[in-house]
Design a protein around this ligand. Structure first.
Ligand code: S3P
Length: 172
């Protein structure tokens, strides 16, 4: 299978878990844009948000995306907001096979409620924030992805098998 595979979707969709397994199945390198941003900046994502706000983080994210799309083939897992900038959506669609891992708000909440590293969910009503952000972003994920995979009730291994089949059909 030629080319990068880029996983997009909301926080808690399982992009990193599925991405690592998919990379192993395809024999590709795995990269995560959030991890790349932190390594390049020598700071954590909450530290970057605190110092530079969301616009500063988005600049670093756009730069990290461009960096990881060069070369490859890789499996690239992205931060949930990477699709907010039109130029990133364009770069993703051109840069490889893009799969949207779709997830419902209740599952997101269940997965992220015990975690503290997502600045955008540090609000008085994180459940409401998740519902609102998901509704706003769904059209943008749909516009960017070449394929949507519904993750509800699915285990990562079965998602990976389905993705491998789709990639083979797409490359055939
Ligand atoms: C964000 C998602 C996070 C991280 C940052 C912003 C977003 O990544 O990039 O906190 O805007 O949805 P994950 O989707 O890996 O949690």
């Amino acid at each position: 299978m030629e080319g990068n595979v880029i996983l997009i979707g909301f926080m808690g969709a399982g992009k990193s878990t599925v991405g690592k397994l998919l990379a192993r199945a395809l024999g590709h390198e795995f990269v995560d844009t959030d991890a790349r941003i932190e390594a390049d900046a020598g700071r954590t994502i909450p530290e970057i948000f605190a110092a530079e706000g969301e616009p500063g983080f988005r600049d670093l994210e756009s730069a990290a995306l461009r960096e990881v799309l060069r070369g490859g083939p890789r499996v690239i897992s992205t931060g949930g907001g990477v699709v907010l900038r039109p130029e990133n959506r364009e770069a993703i669609r051109r840069g490889g096979h893009c799969v949207w891992l779709a997830v419902d708000p209740a599952t997101v909440w269940d997965r992220v409620r015990r975690e503290t590293h997502r600045p955008l969910l540090r609000t008085p009503d994180p459940e409401g924030t998740i519902r609102r952000m998901l509704a706003e972003r769904e059209p943008v994920y749909r516009e960017t992805a070449h394929w949507c995979l519904d993750t509800a009730g699915r285990d990562p291994e079965s998602l990976v098998r389905e993705m491998v089949d789709w990639l083979h059909e797409r490359s055939a």
